[in-house]
Design a protein around this ligand. Structure first.
Ligand code: ZN
Length: 197
């Protein structure tokens, strides 16, 4: 039995994805050994992330500012939009260094089993942005919900923004795989081998 305060900290860490009992225990013990100043910095980082972190008002990416660094970068192509289901996927794609356009975060996927409808997602702002661009690259995962969402967006974009090029990334990514788990080489290929929808 752990002292109650330590157990509470272990339980808190266990709520994080990928943290099992052993890891949570190690984290909690390490935190208990921090000196007060370190602990203060640690706690402040936790609180700050919630207070400072916003969604970029253009693309939905995570940012400390109203607009994210990618949307504000004039060197990037603003006529190309890479559509992902979550902000994590942007981090994965940026690591490849292969993509020079902008992004759009849907904040989920259309899912009949989970009851997620198109209006629950960040789609309206995508349509507005797509009207001024050349290509929309659909990069939702190769799962059933990911494919459903890509097909829905393809139809919608072709109807609302005629003349726009809609492509789908190639899925050398393991079936059912999430974008953020794919390695950088696989992701680069997924981009360069994208197909017209
Ligand atoms: Zn942005």
């Amino acid at each position: 039995m752990y002292p109650r305060s330590l157990q509470a900290l272990i339980d808190a860490f266990r709520r994080l994805p990928g943290v099992g009992a052993k890891t949570a225990e190690r984290y909690a013990l390490s935190v208990s050994e921090l000196d007060p100043r370190e602990l203060e910095e640690f706690a402040a980082a936790f609180l700050n992330v919630k207070e400072k972190l916003h969604r970029c008002r253009i693309c939905g990416n995570l940012s400390d500012e109203e607009e994210c660094s990618i949307c504000k970068d004039p060197a990037r192509s603003h006529r190309q939009i890479f559509v992902v289901q979550s902000a994590k996927d942007i981090l994965a794609m940026e690591k490849t260094g292969e993509y020079q356009g902008t992004y759009h975060v849907l904040n989920g996927l259309i899912s009949s089993s989970k009851g997620v409808m198109p209006e629950d997602l960040n789609i309206e702002s995508l349509l507005k942005r797509a009207k001024d661009c050349e290509e929309v690259i659909l990069a939702t995962s190769a799962t059933m919900d990911g494919e459903t969402t890509a097909l829905y967006l393809d139809r919608l974009l072709k109807k609302e923004c005629p003349g726009i090029l809609v492509t789908r990334i190639a899925h050398g990514i393991p079936a059912g795989g999430m974008l953020d788990y794919a390695d950088e080489i696989t992701l680069s290929h997924a981009l360069s081998d994208r197909k017209k929808m």
